[in-house]
Design a binder for this molecule. Structure first.
Ligand code: ZN
Length: 256
């Protein structure tokens, strides 16, 4: 790491040490080191054949569930085999140390929970549970349904026979109401927002860090590419989340 990056990390650590309620906001970039492709990125091999709107939208699920499940299968496979990386682990450790109070994530891969974070708000839902969109029954055994999908089968509701749906937010769908409300409560309390691995391009999720800023929260950004919030940020570190976040954690622990 360069001197400049290390200086920025020091500044970030000072801000985090002064904070009473730091909230982390994450996106696809935090899971790419774990081998989960960003399905919104058009140049990652796995997805370039698919326009997300044609496969990952509410319309696609309704009219072409076979196509939808062919799209979901490799994503579910990657996610079920993936392990949390040092960035997820550093965030979980920051929660144990009392610095981080909540993680708001746009990811649906469960890796923050696997790393040990306990207060995770999933703005776009999760691939690891299912429900029936017709009779609204949640799946009794989501593991079994995941196995079916991984075998290339389409899962059906045991109550009414409709096709089961993973609890993820598709294109054309609103965000889950409860997660959105809890995220907004966290934003109200946040005095530092640590944005990691998100380019803040997906609305409405990406509006949350700006809301926090308007309420007086300080902003730390760790991401490869620029974001719309850069001009308002206290610290911007354009580096690898899996290197930068563990270094933040290490400095924070050693300076206590
Ligand atoms: Zn049903």
């Amino acid at each position: 790491m360069t001197e400049t990056v290390l200086e920025k990390i020091h500044t970030a650590v000072e801000i985090l040490k002064e904070s009473k309620h730091a909230v982390v906001f994450t996106g696809a970039g935090i899971s790419t080191p774990s081998g989960i492709p960003d399905f919104r990125s058009t140049n990652t091999g796995l997805w370039q054949k698919n326009d997300p709107m044609l496969v990952a939208s509410a319309t696609a699920f309704k009219h072409h569930p076979d196509r939808f499940y062919r799209w979901l299968q490799p994503l579910l496979l990657a996610s079920s085999q993936a392990q949390p990386n040092p960035a997820h682990q550093a965030i979980a450790a920051l929660e144990i140390n009392g610095v981080v109070k909540a993680v708001i994530t746009q990811n649906i891969d469960n890796l923050h929970q696997k790393a040990g974070s306990t207060n995770v708000i999933e703005l776009h839902g999760t691939m690891e549970s299912f429900h029936c969109p017709a009779c609204q029954q949640p799946a009794k055994d989501s593991r079994a349904i995941m196995e079916e999908v991984l075998e290339g089968l389409i899962p059906y509701c045991t109550h009414c026979g409709a096709i089961m749906k993973p609890d993820i937010t598709l294109y054309e769908e609103p965000l889950p109401v409860q997660a959105w409300q809890i995220a907004n409560q966290e934003i109200t309390h946040a005095d530092v927002m640590l944005i990691a691995g998100s380019s803040l391009e997906v609305i409405p999720a990406s509006s949350l860090p700006y809301d926090a800023y308007r309420r007086g929260s300080r902003i730390i950004i760790v991401n490869y590419s620029p974001t719309y919030l850069d001009p308002l940020a206290d610290v911007i570190i354009n580096g690898d989340v899996a290197e930068v976040l563990p270094t933040i954690l290490q400095y924070l622990i050693s300076s206590n």
